[in-house]
Design a protein around this ligand. Structure first.
Ligand code: ACO
Length: 332
């Protein structure tokens, strides 16, 4: 699906918070668990370290502090929020949803709350849904959280997946804005490619111990990622009638530096406009884009009036792009 935002309905991000686990795991440390090396990982992926949750740390332990910071930035209380979406493939448990756990913890007693599963693209799907709920008048203040603790579902003896991922979460508040915010979204899914990145033993089809870890066909995912990051972004830019030169900040999903470099080159984005933190966090799945967004706000690249292009892709296979004019000011 693809759509440009309706003229006159302005929805934007008014608060942003992120949280990663304290524990830093370097490539050298991983080489104690599997046959790999810092040199191989840096050359093939650009990843130097990642954050890994402790045994008793679950998604909501990251999502909550991120949500609280986002609410504080938006000058809202939890009770002001009437919609909570948590995009994740690693909820605390299948049910209750992590969004219901978050709603309870922040006192959002009047909020609709649900989890959303779209792999690493989850944050983009959740942004689109929250935008549509607000633009349609069903909700007024939404909390959108993207986060994963993939370390819990990785096979720590499989070097082909272990080295790629990390844990982290980010949260944003969406509200009616004083000026143009979101310009449009493009979302897609191709289930035919699903088995290239999957967790077979995790649901009603099969719930077996040996299959409870992530399995990936790295080469196929690489081909998909390099194609879709470019195509999704170009389709959305065309739909919104802007060019890549208009984009001030490009936030691609932080999967792999080679994938990011490829997309950047193909799209023709100057490297100083591309946000990269895969070196520090690895691939944090649904946490990837909000974490990168927070970095770009912190270093001053994202600010009022800046045009931000985000594209995620991941398990499903899924993909999604959003175009946003950074506003930060809620409508009076
Ligand atoms: N350390 C050392 N050697 C390794 C490692 C490792 N961690 N992993 C694989 N190898 C070996 C392989 O066994 C293979 O050895 P062989 O030639 O003796 O058989 C060799 O390295 C080359 O393996 P390839 O898979 O061909 O390596 P490639 O250059 O394709 O890089 C990679 C692998 C980095 C996984 C790449 O395919 C990739 O980035 N794919 C995309 C993965 C991705 O981004 N997934 C997530 C995206 S979606 C989401 O975010 C959920």
């Amino acid at each position: 699906m693809i759509g440009a935002a309706k003229a006159g309905v302005e929805v934007s991000i008014t608060g942003l918070g992120v949280k990663v686990p304290d524990r830093i795991v370097t490539n050298d440390e991983l080489s104690q668990y599997v046959d790999t090396s810092d040199e191989w990982i840096v050359e093939r992926t650009g990843i130097r370290q990642r954050r890994i949750a402790s045994d008793d740390e679950a998604l909501s332990d990251l999502a909550l502090p991120a949500a609280r910071d986002a609410l504080a930035q938006a000058r809202l209380a939890g009770s002001d929020v009437d919609l909570i979406i948590v995009a994740t493939v690693t909820p605390d448990m299948a049910f209750p949803s992590t969004s219901a756990i978050v709603a309870d913890a922040i006192g959002a007693t009047d909020a609709g709350a649900y989890d959303l599963s779209a792999g690493c693209t989850g944050f983009m799907y959740a942004l689109a849904q929250a935008y549509a709920m607000l633009a349609g008048g069903l909700a007024h203040r939404a909390l959108v959280i993207g986060g994963d603790v993939l370390s819990k579902i990785l096979d720590w003896t499989d070097r082909s997946t272990l080295v790629l991922f990390g844990d982290g979460a980010g949260a944003v508040v969406l509200e009616a804005a004083s000026s143009q915010g979101f310009l449009g979204f493009e979302l897609g899914a191709d289930g035919a490619g699903g088995a290239n990145l999957w967790l077979p033993g995790s649901g009603s089809r099969k719930f077996d111990d040996p299959d409870r870890f992530v399995k990936m066909n790295g080469r196929e995912v690489f081909k998909f990622a390099t194609r879709i990051l470019v195509q999704s972004a170009e389709d959305l830019l065309a739909k919104c009638e802007v060019t890549i030169d208009d984009v001030d900040v490009y936030i691609p999903h932080q999967a792999n530096m080679r994938i990011i470099d490829h997309a950047t080159r193909k799209l023709g984005v100057p490297s100083d406009r591309v946000v990269v933190n895969v070196d520090r966090y690895g691939n944090t799945s649904s946490g990837s884009i909000p974490l990168a967004m927070a970095d770009a706000v912190a270093d001053g690249r994202i600010g009022p009036g800046k045009l931000v292009l985000m594209t995620g892709m991941g398990a499903g296979l899924t993909w999604g792009s959003a175009l946003l004019r950074w506003t930060k000011e809620a409508a009076a």
